[in-house]
Ligand binder design. Sequence first.
Ligand code: PLP
Length: 496
Amino acid sequence: MTAPTPALPAKIDPLVRAFLDTPGAVADTLDRFGSPVHLVFPQVYAENLAQFRTVLDRLLARYRICYAHKANQSLAFVRTAARAGIAIDAASPQEVTSAVAAGFGPERTEVTGPKGEVFLRDLIDRGLTINVDNLWELARIPELASDRTGVPVLLRVSGFEDGQVSRFGVPLGHIERAFELLSAHRDRMTFLGFAFHLDSGDTNERIRAIDACLALVERAYGYGLTPSVLNIGGGYRQVFTADADRFDEYVHALRESLLGRGEPMSWGSNTFGYHVAGGAVHGIPVFHKYANTIPATRMLEDLFTAPLERHGGRTVAEVAADNLLDVWLEPGKALVDHAGMTVAMVEFVKEIADGSVLVNVDLSRDSVTPADQEVMVDPIILPRDGGPTIETQPVGVYFAGRLCLERDLITNHKVWLAARPRPGDLVVFPNTAAYHMDLSAATASMRPPLIKLAVAHRGGDFQVCHDSDYDPDLPIAPHHKTFRHSPVSRIPTEAP
Ligand SMILES: Cc1ncc(COP(=O)(O)O)c(C=O)c1O
């Protein structure tokens, strides 16, 4: 018996799995709308949201979920969020426009991130909650407010003990000036409370940040301020892998290959953020998030039930309730986890000088990869007509695509496929809804952005329409594609 080839199997939501397993569903979608496409599944989003709510209803006296729009430009997600009655975190004028169009009023919209003067003025005019990033914004808001009163503001703070230095927020060391401004302009600005967002999944770091904000709440009273909100931002993790052991085995083999042992597994001189020195591999790779096995709901549970030393061991949830604080959360990636995938088509397969096999698809790296990460989830091949004939042995390949630099491969790590694909086969990139689709997508070489489609499961059928046409309350128009699906166990039958 030969050893299994290294693999990074993807966790797939049952609804998405059912769509993939529906004969002809993916191929017919591409035939109708073209290739490549991004597919979003708003009902998976709704299910993720329901799971968040179940945990938060149990743990918190009062809370607000603000969906971080930046995770995906999908209008279907924003409309699903609006329909579900949550709030939204918009980070640009365009996201504000999208939120307003989906039905978010000022009472359900907060705006985060650094803002220029034109944007600030617009937010004041619209009456949206401004999550202030810095002292310049805080000083400018009352000046721009002219005769307006009560502009709702949150103050983002940063620079917590043992945390990373952040380019966002007001550093704790500068907080005195913020208190002075908030206090001096109480007529112009209504101070709702403190906010932070950590670019980390570390629960202890989040607990320290909450503790620091609680101390700020106490200090704020001394300035005549009465904060009622504690906004703890986003950063709740996704689970990409279906098999943590195989993931670890893959990474072990990859590290070995970087030391020259076993089959080469990386394109060019890529080390994925590892530092190779002294016959060993050191450091944390750029892809570390793909190893996570702790779901976002468990993170929430751990966070809100954590005892706070400075508060006599009462939990984060209890202290928030004692202080009548409304806890706001800004989940992005956790709400869209498993709610999207990207499908491309094999154009050709090519062998290059060193014997490496490249599978070229009609897609570029930036359409499925956020920033400078390496996506450690195996693509799934859907053979076009009846499966392979050229080669039936597993084959290690790199996925390549459009764009022109030598390093512009879609996978810089080797992917093992059951057989060599053929032109016309479809390639599914799983779980791309969170930042993978839109964060880095460029229009280099004058390529247009990918088409985005929404897939809904209603009355036993899958229906596909343009993302911008999706309405959670309405069935998809009959001229859009409908497929019969094979039954699966857990599928929500209706939109939220
Ligand atoms: C202020 C703020 N809130 C929320 C988020 C969403 O984070 P995540 O998608 O990790 O939940 C981000 C992401 O960059 C952010 O900058």
